[in-house]
Write a protein that binds this ligand. Structure first.
Ligand SMILES: CC(C)(COP(=O)(O)OP(=O)(O)OC[C@H]1O[C@@H](n2cnc3c(N)ncnc32)[C@H](O)[C@@H]1OP(=O)(O)O)[C@@H](O)C(=O)NCCC(=O)NCCS
Length: 225
């Protein structure tokens, strides 16, 4: 999709488009709010007077990286109420530490919360498919007061249509069984892996083969159920 082009859904007064650099503050705010009570967020960022600052700082770094690599998408209705950050991943472009290029920025933004964040990404790294180029979705979030109105699904559908046309598989880790069900409706399957954080919640890795592509052209990653 060209920068600035957009889609809208006749049943939903919202428009999906690729994010621009000047969207970064709003995207950071939306994702910070959407994930404030997420179980995995709560594990990485336990209660602390500086929790909100570190949490927001993490989303700002990811938003910047995703915007710069063209993988950030927003839904406007008419303000930006939902955002998704996609990152290219595969044999040559791994999305997780130690290859993650924004590590120094993250380390600075997260301060003492950084080791816990690295621990999460090490857990995810072990099961992240490496053999196949794919689009990785580390974050999608809708403002709490705007959830359950179809924005998340609209945002996903838009990007998945693009990935289908490009023949690109997609990968993510769902942080709740409700989210698993959303992603299953969009064509994702759970892999054999399940990530269990020490004394914390589980994450369910999910893989989606692009529609219309023969299995030989878009193989499943190792370990897929
Ligand atoms: C998950 C989320 C992106 C879905 O967006 P949404 O606009 O609220 O969802 P939609 O209205 O498009 O509904 C689509 C599906 O999302 C799921 N869903 C809705 N609210 C959800 C929530 N709070 N958490 C998880 N899944 C949710 C439902 O399964 C729904 O399917 P249904 O019609 O069968 O009930 C959004 O609720 C959110 O930001 N949640 C908090 C952050 C989060 O959990 N992000 C995903 C981490 S994997």
């Amino acid at each position: 999709m060209k920068k600035g082009s957009a889609i809208s859904d006749p049943d939903l007064p919202a428009l999906v488009r690729r994010a621009r650099p000047d969207d970064i503050d709003r995207i950071t705010m939306v994702l910070d709010a959407a994930f404030s009570d997420d179980p995995v967020s709560r594990w990485v960022f336990p209660e602390h007077p500086q929790r909100d600052r570190w949490h927001r700082g993490m989303f700002r770094v990811f938003a910047e990286w995703s915007i710069m690599t063209g993988g950030a998408y927003v839904a406007e209705a008419p303000d930006i109420d939902a955002a998704a950050l996609w990152i290219p991943a595969g044999p040559d472009t791994l999305a997780v530490p130690p290859q993650f290029p924004y590590l120094p920025d993250l380390q600075q933004a997260l301060g003492p919360a950084y080791p816990r964040f690295v621990a999460l990404f090490e857990h995810m790294d072990v099961v992240h498919p490496r053999d196949v180029d794919h689009a990785y979705l580390p974050f999608i979030g809708v403002l709490p007061e705007c959830q359950d109105h179809g924005l998340g699904r609209l945002l996903m559908r838009h990007r998945l249509d693009e990935l289908d046309k490009a023949g690109t598989p997609a990968y993510l880790e769902a942080t709740s069984l409700r989210a698993v069900s959303l992603y299953e409706h969009l064509g994702f399957d759970r892999t054999r892996a399940c990530i269990r954080l020490d004394q914390g919640p589980a994450l369910w890795p999910m893989w989606r083969r692009p529609y219309g592509i023969e299995p030989e052209a878009a193989p499943d990653p190792p370990g897929r159920a």
